[in-house]
Each structure stands twice: as structure tokens, then as C-alpha cells.
Design a protein around this ligand. Structure first.
Ligand SMILES: [Zn+2]
Length: 49
């Protein structure tokens, strides 16, 4: 599976699958990628408001 943050290929067992409230699924190769993605998302959201 491809990491939704950095785009690296990672094994399902190595990464983390996140299911959002909207039903979307996001896969991250590591906890730091998950954190970065969340930070980026928050930042983008704040920028839009
Ligand atoms: Zn990653």
C-alpha cells in the first residue's frame, strides 16, 4: 500500500490504516507520516477559513 502522506510503498502490517468519519481510508507508513498529514490538514483548513 502507498502512504497517503509521503507516497512511499509500505506493507500493510508496517503502516497504519486510518478510517475517517467520512468513511475515507488513509494509509500511513509510519506514525510520523500520520502526524504530519494531520498537521498539514489542520493547517490547510485554517488557511481556508
Ligand atoms: Zn509515509
Amino acid at each position: 500500500m502507498e502512504c497517503d502522506y509521503c507516497g512511499d510503498e509500505a506493507r500493510k502490517t508496517q503502516g497504519k490504516l486510518l478510517v475517517l468519519n467520512s468513511g475515507d481510508k488513509k494509509f500511513f507508513c509510519s506514525g510520523s507520516c500520520e502526524k504530519n498529514w494531520k498537521n498539514k490538514r489542520k493547517h490547510t483548513h485554517r488557511k481556508q477559513e
